[in-house]
Design a protein around this ligand. Structure first.
Ligand SMILES: *[C@@H]1O[C@H](CO)[C@@H](O)[C@H](O)[C@H]1NC(C)=O
Ligand SMILES: *[C@@H]1O[C@H](CO)[C@@H](O)[C@H](O)[C@H]1NC(C)=O
Ligand SMILES: *[C@@H]1O[C@H](CO)[C@@H](O)[C@H](O)[C@H]1NC(C)=O
Ligand SMILES: *[C@@H]1O[C@H](CO)[C@@H](O)[C@H](O)[C@H]1NC(C)=O
Ligand SMILES: *[C@@H]1O[C@H](CO)[C@@H](O)[C@H](O)[C@H]1NC(C)=O
Ligand SMILES: *[C@@H]1O[C@H](CO)[C@@H](O)[C@H](O)[C@H]1NC(C)=O
Ligand SMILES: *[C@@H]1O[C@H](CO)[C@@H](O)[C@H](O)[C@H]1NC(C)=O
Length: 303
């Protein structure tokens, strides 16, 4: 097994809900509990110096990466966000000072972690970019425009609003929890047992959060989907929690309109051999009685 994949799957099992902190709107929390900042992704392409300035305007910095875990989190988040690209690289806050000394733009960061492509940085330029497909870094001409990720400070101190094994997401005000290896019906029951409902999804932010929450960060196929509480019956889609069906994933809903089927989310990259790009999309069609990798329970914070 490729080391990078192994590492990502290992980390998947040690992610703790408590590492999700309160982050500014549309940014994501660092999943490394040693970090206290959030990441904001920008699809707009800027030159390196312009990207630095854009991050500084948010009281942040172009993102620094000090460990393989964060490298994978950002690579995966970018993969999900920059979905129009098969491959692409984005700026990291790392610059060559002209004597082959690479320094982080963030003055508070002085880590020596590097994930260069084989052979190390080339002489193509003095600014570092990371590939969304491989996670490897390469040096690039600073005047090229690329998407980028800023690290920005948390805004609100974390408050434990949710039961201990649930995660609070401030943009929706709900608590979420992953459960595993359940059929659709079992997942509904398991959520109910805890006073929750199998999840309904009503916005890009909520969908994006759940993609990151459930992703293991590398392409997977069989059994690697996540049940969401959406069911098709008699030509109508309904959320099992009774909320309005007023949103579908911006990454696509491969709605096959079979009667009595249940919908699931693809949280990881997968390009189907039918040409469909599943990453972030919803689909239905599998037997609701098959246990799948995960399902998500959602509840309002208890008072
Ligand atoms: C780059 O940094 C190294 C180590 O701090 C220093 O010795 C060197 O003079 C610097 N080069 C330039 C061009 O600033
Ligand atoms: C950064 O870390 C290196 C290696 O640990 C150390 O030699 C250097 O003094 C540190 N520089 C600063 C500014 O903290
Ligand atoms: C999933 O559940 C089935 C049936 O309860 C069980 O046989 C199987 O071992 C479980 N798989 C995992 C990975 O827990
Ligand atoms: C659900 O899990 C079963 C058993 O592991 C698998 O055969 C099936 O492909 C999975 N369905 C999805 C949608 O992942
Ligand atoms: C869908 O399934 C329901 C419940 O099993 C059944 O009553 C209904 O006739 C079916 N509708 C169609 C269009 O097959
Ligand atoms: C969609 O439905 C949800 C739940 O019923 C509701 O909270 C939300 O305001 C609705 N959104 C829109 C855009 O109508
Ligand atoms: C769905 O899967 C269950 C459990 O494997 C099986 O008993 C049932 O016949 C399947 N239903 C369909 C429509 O394939």
């Amino acid at each position: 097994m490729h080391f990078h994949y192994f590492f990502a799957s290992l980390l998947y099992f040690i992610i703790k809900p408590s590492v999700f902190a309160d982050c500014p709107a549309s940014s994501i929390a660092s999943q490394n509990s040693g970090n206290s900042f959030c990441f904001q992704l920008f699809q707009i392409e800027l030159e390196f110096v312009q990207a630095v300035r854009a991050c500084n305007d948010l009281n942040g910095n172009l993102a620094s990466i000090c460990d393989a875990f964060t490298n994978e989190q950002l690579r995966n988040a970018a993969f999900n966000s920059f979905l129009q690209y098969d491959d692409k690289d984005f700026w990291l806050g790392l610059m060559n000072n002209g004597s082959n000394i690479w320094n982080w733009k963030d003055p508070s960061i002085n880590c020596t972690y590097r994930n260069w492509v084989n052979g190390g940085p080339s002489t193509n330029g003095n600014c570092a970019a990371i590939s969304i497909s491989t996670g490897k870094w390469s040096s690039s001409d600073c005047n090229i425009r690329k998407p980028f990720i800023c690290s920005v400070p948390q805004i609100i101190p974390k408050v434990d609003k949710c039961p201990y094994d649930y995660v609070y997401f401030d943009k929706t005000g709900f608590c979420y929890k992953k459960i595993f290896n359940k059929t659709f019906g079992e997942a509904i029951d398991a959520c109910l047992y805890e006073g929750a409902k199998l999840v309904s999804i009503h916005s890009d932010e909520e969908n994006q959060f759940l993609i990151l929450f459930n992703s293991i960060g590398y392409p997977v196929y069989v059994g690697k989907t996540t049940w969401i509480g959406l069911q098709y019956s008699n030509h109508v889609w309904n959320w099992v929690d009774g909320t309005n069906f007023n949103y579908t994933s911006k990454y696509g809903f491969f709605d096959q309109q079979y009667n009595n089927t249940c919908a699931y989310l693809w949280p990881d990259p997968w390009n189907g051999n039918n040409g469909w790009k599943y990453n972030g999309a919803w689909e239905n069609g599998w037997n609701c009685s098959m246990p799948n990798r995960s399902a998500i329970c959602k509840m309002s914070p208890p008072n």
